[in-house]
Design a protein around this ligand. Structure first.
Ligand code: UDP
Length: 325
């Protein structure tokens, strides 16, 4: 299959590119390198440095590369930043995806795998969260992703278009050659590992007064290689002409910030300093997936569900590349 991966120079995108190549798919990457890294894309893979909002350019790439399906990662994904700068998220996430949808339609490409998020659910009314849980995002990031799911539903109803939207819970971990490298880093596990490496003085725990067993937020941490595997399965589903699908990707197991910190201390063998700080705007207290639909519809089972394994893989990556790419 000839697959265009947008955001293929980013964290989850670059791991998915490697998984696609490993099974023999032809992969082309589009990335504007705003947050991605050229070094995250193997030199053997064509990397078009382009912005998704440049519709004419994307049409040209889809046609000249004879693309059959698109996996769309290119987006901003920080909850806190989306609260302080929502316009940035509307512009890139919404306008960028609408531009892609238009480019696909005009190029006759009708299959899309879309990066969505557990942030579409907002503050959970029940846990674990299945896809029928009410949708009420508590931050602009989640809002932009939900809007794009709805835009794709409209396209699927009207045009020759089908999609799979994958609602990630907390992506983490690494493969030996690809891992997390954000600047600034804000995600919990890499932040903790930067403290372990002596690159930060301490972890700030964002809120200790949540209605959770230890007062800190609970999240469902899912290995990036398992996420990548789900994208391959989603592409296969679309190639088999099956209907559009929205599904959660998570392990179904929640860990608090303190539990993640303890696991990182155990894996690294280092005494990682932490301070207790205020809540971060937009953070729901608990996000834990019911991923039954992904199991049933995609045949997806996480191969690395154990938090210790996830942290070990992340630690191997950060140790091998303490300065990132
Ligand atoms: N978190 C924290 N300190 C940090 C970074 C994150 O306490 O320096 C908490 C955050 O409030 C959330 C969890 O860790 O409850 C996971 O945050 P992350 O930013 O990794 O992912 P998100 O859940 O926002 O997608």
């Amino acid at each position: 299959m000839r697959v265009l991966v947008t955001g293929g120079a980013g964290y989850i995108g670059s791991v998915t590119v490697e998984a696609l190549r490993a099974r023999g798919d032809q992969v082309v990457v589009v990335d504007n390198l705003a947050t991605g890294h050229r070094a995250a894309v193997d030199p053997a893979v064509t990397l078009h440095e382009a912005d998704m909002r440049d519709t004419a350019r994307v049409i040209d790439i889809l046609r000249t590369e004879r693309i059959e399906a698109v996996v769309h990662f290119a987006a901003y994904s920080l909850v806190g930043e989306s609260v302080s700068d929502p316009g940035k998220y509307m512009d890139n996430n919404v306008a960028g995806t609408l531009s892609l949808l238009q480019a696909m339609r005009r190029s006759g490409v009708g299959r899309l795998v879309f990066s969505s998020t557990a942030a579409v659910y907002g503050e959970p009314q029940r846990v674990p969260i299945d896809e029928d849980h009410p949708i009420a995002p508590t931050n602009p990031y989640g809002l932009t992703k939900r809007f794009m799911e709805q835009a794709m539903e409209c396209s699927a109803a009207a045009y020759d278009f089908r999609f799979v939207a994958l609602r990630y819970f907390n992506a983490c971990g690494a493969i030996p050659t690809r891992g997390e490298d954000h600047d600034p880093e804000t995600h919990l596990i890499p932040v903790i590992l930067q403290v372990a490496l002596g690159q930060r003085p301490h972890l700030s725990i964002f809120g200790t007064d949540y209605d959770t067993p230890d007062g800190t937020c609970v999240r469902d941490y899912i290995h990036v290689a398992d996420l990548a595997d789900a994208h391959l399965r989603a592409l296969d589903r679309l190639a088999a002409s099956e209907p559009s699908l929205i599904c959660n990707l998570g392990n179904g197991q929640g860990y608090s910030v303190r539990e993640v910190l303890d696991t990182c201390r155990a894996v690294t063998g280092r005494d990682i300093a932490c301070i207790e700080g205020p809540r971060r705007a937009g953070d729901p207290s608990r996000l834990v997936a019911d991923a039954t639909r992904a199991r049933n519809e995609l045949g997806w089972t996480p191969a690395r569900p154990d938090l210790r394994t996830i942290v070990e893989d992340a630690w191997a990556w950060h140790n091998a590349r303490p300065q990132g790419y």
